[in-house]
Write a protein that binds this ligand. Structure first.
Ligand SMILES: O=C(CO)COP(=O)(O)O
Length: 302
């Protein structure tokens, strides 16, 4: 496959590899790496995307009033690098409590929202209600919602469009299952999930894309920095071809899947990794702070 060097739009003068991923002869080797004849992308700039480093903590269905009070207190006293957007996503029942006790430095996100205006939808939470408690973000398309709850691309797309139209930021999750990776379908799956968002969203201004390979979530099996970088670059390339150069350049693409205080530094150095969406390790305040502060590894890599 031919590899073409194209200028990175927001970093004039710097060049990076940008192969065509649509026709790439990728295959899987025994270490779950996607291989192609192209050279791996080198970290030549601080961040391929031009946005701020972004770290989200997805607390999932964890915590009690006591443990969350302690976590909030640890986060409030943590020293966090200033040039990072930090967001935490508590379970719905604690969202208001967290939002009102957490320092302004950290924003809160919901873990889901309804597809339209609230009403007779038992068990759902509306975007209007989230805004009412000053919630700024919502995570949509998480693999646990896709594969455990059974949400499909269209349903997720509707939720994203509604939330964005109402002014919430969306953390849009994509990622392949292990069998999809092993079958060489990683890019197909990620691009299809991306397209479902791209087809309906009113704008990309308030979207952060989270690449979360399902086989790395909660398994302790983190993607290698190269594996993650390869997909992040492909996602950015897809945005460039299918949305616009500007959106490709400015949209944050964050990685999720067994990120912790030990592996975040190496991952952060990758050119197209603009931050993290953290599950288990976000339940420990000091470790989450370490992950937020891994932005310093990115600066060193530059
Ligand atoms: O799903 C995740 C974040 O949304 C990742 O979870 P873990 O960090 O626990 O693997």
């Amino acid at each position: 496959m031919e590899t073409v060097a194209t200028p990175c739009p927001r970093f004039s003068g710097l060049r990076r590899s940008s192969p065509s991923f649509h026709n790439a002869p990728f295959h899987i080797n025994s270490h779950l790496r996607l291989s192609s004849s192209r050279k791996p992308s080198r970290a030549v700039v601080a961040m391929a995307g031009s946005g701020k480093f972004f770290v989200g903590g997805n607390w999932k269905c964890n915590g009690t009033k006591d443990s969350i009070t302690k976590l909030v207190s640890d986060l409030n006293s943590a020293k966090l690098e200033s040039d990072v957007d930090v967001v935490v996503s508590p379970p719905f029942v604690y969202l208001d409590m967290v939002s009102s006790s957490l320092t302004d430095r950290i924003e809160v996100s919901a873990q889901n929202s309804w597809i339209g205006k609230g009403g007779a939808f038992t068990g759902e939470i509306s975007v209007e209600q989230l805004k009412d408690i000053s919630c700024k973000w919502v995570i949509l398309g998480h693999s646990e919602r896709r594969h455990v709850i059974g949400e499909d691309d269209q349903f997720i797309g509707k939720k994203a469009a509604y939330a964005l139209n109402e002014g919430l930021g969306v953390i849009a999750c994509i990622g392949e299952l292990l069998e999809e990776r092993e079958a060489g379908k990683t890019f197909d799956v990620c691009f299809q999930q991306l397209k479902a968002f791209a087809d309906v969203v009113p704008s990309w201004d308030n979207i952060v894309i989270a690449y979360e390979p399902v086989w790395a979530i909660g398994t302790g099996k983190v993607a290698t920095p190269q594996q993650a970088q390869e997909v992040h670059l492909a996602v950015r390339d897809w945005l460039k071809k299918n949305v616009s150069e500007e959106v490709a350049s400015k949209t944050r693409i964050i990685y999720g899947g067994s990120v912790n205080g030990s592996n975040c530094g190496e991952l952060a150095k990758q050119e197209d990794i603009d931050g993290f969406l953290v599950g288990g390790a976000s339940l420990k305040g000091p470790e989450f702070a370490t992950i937020v502060n891994s932005v310093t590894s990115k600066k060193v890599a530059a």
